[in-house]
Design a binder for this molecule. Sequence first.
Ligand code: CTP
Length: 407
Amino acid sequence: MSDRQDLAGRHIVLGLTGGIACYKAAELTRELVKAGATVQVVMTEAAEHFIGAVTLQALSNRPVFTSQWDAREANNMAHINLTRDADAVLIAPASADFIAKLVHGRADELLSLACLARPITSCPLLLAPAMNREMWAHPATQRNVAQAIADGGHMLGPAAGDQACGETGAGRMLEAAELCDELIAFFQPKLLAGRRVLVTAGPTYEAIDPVRGITNLSSGKMGFAIARAAAEAGARVTLVAGPVSLRTPRGVTRIDVRSAVQMHDAVLPLAASSDIFVATAAVADWRPSSASAQKIKKLAGSSAPSFELTENPDILAAVAGLAKPPFCVGFAAESSDVARHAREKLKLKNVPLIVGNRGPATFGLDDNALLLVDAQGERELPGGGRRADKLALARQLVAEIARRIKS
Ligand code: CTP
């Protein structure tokens, strides 16, 4: 379990408007609080038909606001007070009607009043639409959404899929965890805005026969964390993943492969148009020269099979050898002498940056320690002999890469 508090110190006004997706807002409140945010819930009257204010009060640990005539506020100006310390207003669910109201600057109840009265430059407005697919697709809604974006609003979703009404299509509100991730990403500095980033992750699997193969213990977690951190930093990210069952980070394009040759063939056509290539995959160095088409049987009295091995292509070296290579970052997972091996790989693979780490000791864990080795010297992340969560490290690594490609 990670103890990262990605929203620590953030104050979020969470607005609920009328829609069945209000049930997800309870989970969302919990996710935001778990991530370290303080959450001030504001509900419209319609939202109160779907979920009780008591539930949101218990989960946010704060009284919920439902009326602009709330006498608890000394100056009786809840609509002003609510957003003055807020880092963002998140409307989830945002109904078609509420978006229409925002676009027209209407303010006949507390939530729309607070949105209108918020300091527009310091308190961004994020909207998580939730409605029936026909309502979402309606030209009026699409017009309103475009206007809300033009007015500085940010749309989170909607997703497509099964709807509460029994229909299937676009209009579902994102899940609570997805919305929380979106909010976390929103606050990350856009250090790689407009950049294209290509990442390899996970192990490869080299078939011996249809049921057996050679693989390794790489979990893919570091590579997935780097893909997520790069996407949070505003990059367009493609992740070429070996066989792992990790969730694809939001906004990342994923290509699944199995063998080193497949990974090589997926990476090379994309590499030339990428600005940055981060090779975290633990690529098998060798593969059986010819995989058996049939399962190899253990026959009584027969000896153990033996294999010829063929060397796999070195993907990182191939990318670094392109006429105009992207900024290449290699990983060195070593069981000993991390710094020495990392420096050797810097030369051998002819790349500007190698990230050394203790291979077997970190496989599968959620935390790690990295040693950045380049022509200038060495730098530990997080430093001081400590370890840190892989996503926190990935964000630091992204910042290091951004600094290098700028200078
Ligand atoms: N790498 C690659 N293609 C390969 C082998 C490695 O792209 N066929 C990349 C890895 O993704 C990593 C770096 O090269 O970024 C170093 O990988 P590693 O396996 O540690 O190095 P090797 O060159 O295989 O050396 P050794 O196994 O002897 O440590």
